[in-house]
Design a protein around this ligand. Sequence first.
Ligand code: AGP
Length: 599
Amino acid sequence: MCGIFGIITEQEQTLGPILIDSGRRLAYRGYDSVGCATLTADGTVDLRKGVGRIEEVSAKLDFAAMRGLRGITQLRWATFGAPSYANAQPHLDSDGDLVGAHNGNVVNNVQLRELFIREGLTVRGTNDGETCVHAVERHFDRNGGDMLAAIRAAYVDLEGDYAFVVTHRDDHRLYAIKKGSGLVVGLGERQAYVSSDLPSLLPLTRRIVRIYDGEMVVLSPGVVEIYSVHDGARIERDEEWYDGPIEVAEKGGYPHFMLKEIHEQPTVARELLHLLHSSPHVDRFLDALTATGDRPVYLVGCGTSYHACLLGAYLFNQLGGQPAVPVLGPQFIEQYGHSVGPQDTAVFVSQSGETKDVLNAVKVMRERKGRVLGVLNVLGSTLMHHSNVYLPLACGYEISVPATKTFVNQAVLFLYLAYRLAGRNMAKLDGLPDLLAHTIETVDGPARQVAAYLDRWDDMYYLGYGLTHPIALEGALKLKEITYAHCEGIFSSEFKHGPLSAVQDGYPVVFITAPGDEAMMINHINEVTTRGGRAIALAAEHEALRANVHDYLIVPDADRFLSPILATLPAQLVAYHMSVTRGIDPDFPRNLSKTLTVD
Ligand code: AGP
């Protein structure tokens, strides 16, 4: 996981601002370290890199002043090698002739490093991006200075999934290769670009060339050549014109993107419902869902998107009469990869559309000739391209690492589909955006108070029953992701089967309850409160429930099936306020990355 960007121009110029801007757009892919390299017409390499976020490192090292004909930026999310100057990318080869950076994982990194050291190459760090550069270096001389031949040979040595950009100081071209990680080319008038993703290219050009696994590209100003890495043959491919929106990432007066994105939820839910009511793809999507007959539909995702799958499966089974099984991406491969076939349908859910754990499962489903349905936020993503039918989440850019508005719209989308499957009247669903707006207005103050209490603890639980179980998992994930406290979400009836032993005086447990489940939840609450625990209800107003808890986060009274979506908002706000209280930036929690393109 990381982000790479490369540019080549006809005229030597100040490339710094372009490198910084594309770096900012790629920062969601990693923010452990950042680096830029530029090469001037005479082959002088200017390499600046450091540990930390692009805003700090670029200001400290004055990236803005960097000039040249070629430039490379890399944003790192550390896998091989701790975040450090030596492991920050781009990397040089032994004598500084080659400059390169990668995104992904080279799984035989350790063995290759040892080999390179034995052979006398100058290995400076432990990062696999450096290994990519040395792998090319090693074959460069043996192939008479032929970069394409050297890259092809390096490809054989480098095991794993990655994308890689590299250039030689005396060769006025940029080279890149794609093997499993994202890579897109953009063409300008007298410039060419290569990047891990489309959004970082769109401010520069709409002329896009898609690159596929096993392909190498050679970029010259305004020109791209594509070659097969397997036989070296030239591949002809037309450029595409991308006419989608350029997303603008601004905080709009909010202190953090997360808070802004929480407040956008009523609007994006309204827009999604409007889109679903009018989209011709919905019928195709529903046809594919129901084409499985009695066989279940698989709902596949990871992290927050998996929690949406849990909720979706509940709604499909209970409301829509459609058997559905929620499953994590890798678990889908392990458990069902051998048995799915042309008669099966799987819905792959991913905000980014680039999560490797999900795309691996997509690959298996395609190989087994099953139907691939996509639910995604980023248009143009790999998941979109690999789906037989897809539905967009219509949330716009989600910058903050914790997913908020995309989860709510995943839930809204599943609820809409379940309503359609059940033949329900949509009127109740259309009232949801107003209920979301009302929830944000009324619950923010109480959420702050609950956050202040939880802040005294580093361990707690979120409990949900049936319909609210996915929300308990999601609330707990949000809280641990951005506060660094341990918080576990579980099915409330399971608490007595072990975790109850954690309860002591004042120990916080949040009970998320849907209308109709209060009586059951009151039992589970009392198992905690009689042992001194502090019970916090997250539910619509209910007299008996109130009588049994210490604190109450109220959501509007609504249809039972709408209630989990409403309950999500207070859980997000509690996590947000606790994060801020702890002095953490909720948009960029430590060790994480918005998009995980590694196994
Ligand atoms: C959620 O807050 C997380 N950032 C994370 O769990 C995320 O949902 C997961 O990595 C899946 O991402 P995707 O939706 O882009 O596939």
